[in-house]
Design a protein around this ligand. Sequence first.
Ligand SMILES: C[S@@+](CC[C@H](N)C(=O)[O-])C[C@H]1O[C@@H](n2cnc3c(N)ncnc32)[C@H](O)[C@@H]1O
Length: 231
Amino acid sequence: MTTALCQDNPSDDATKEKDRASTRCLNQDNFEFCGYSLKIARNMGGNLGVSAYVWDAGLALCRYFEKENINFSGKKVIELGSGTGIVGILVTLLGGAVTMTDQPNILQQIEHNISTNVPSASRQRLKVCSLTWGEDHTNFPADYDFVLGSDIVYSSVTYSSLIRTLHYLAKQGTTIYLSSAFRKGNGSLSFHEVLLPEYFNCLIVDRLEDKDITVYKMTRINARPEDWFLT
Ligand SMILES: C[S@@+](CC[C@H](N)C(=O)[O-])C[C@H]1O[C@@H](n2cnc3c(N)ncnc32)[C@H](O)[C@@H]1O
């Protein structure tokens, strides 16, 4: 179900007003996962492009976590390309200590959805940070239990940066879940079938045939001398 929320919240503070202007027209969708009702707003007025949608690959990853009852309690998690934030929000509600990341102009949308869905007591386990793949990953620790990404494999110009970021963030023992929708002409299939297996052990753990979405579980192959250029 989608509802249009038009915020009208005048403020004296010019900066705050500018921020509000960019979130003034929000579409809200409701989802149910793991017993939680999630209200996810999408900022249709902020030129957020692909980030202003809840993608089927994100829903597939949430459904996979629900189906497999993955235990995130007390686990350290980072999500790449959070978009609306639905995956990271669910994982926070499931007990994870989550860092949700995306490009700087997307963070306000994520923060809005956190404020709607995550009780204040759980927010101390949650961070929202700017992380552009291949550029900022060394600002983060490399000690995560889980690295997550849904529908982040869609533009071949980002693939080498994304591999560098994934490789940096994943230590031995980190589990990466990537949920990807395969679209023709963007090399997403060969990214998963050829490039990633050079650096990661990759296992298909779920498939939605009708939408051509695949969920991969990955772990890092032991660091080799030839991988030095990735960090
Ligand atoms: C198709 S959306 C998926 C959003 C969300 N994960 C979902 O499943 O609904 C891709 C996300 O990746 C982010 N993204 C794309 N290129 C990026 C890059 N180079 N660095 C960081 N984030 C990037 C976009 O801003 C966007 O939010």
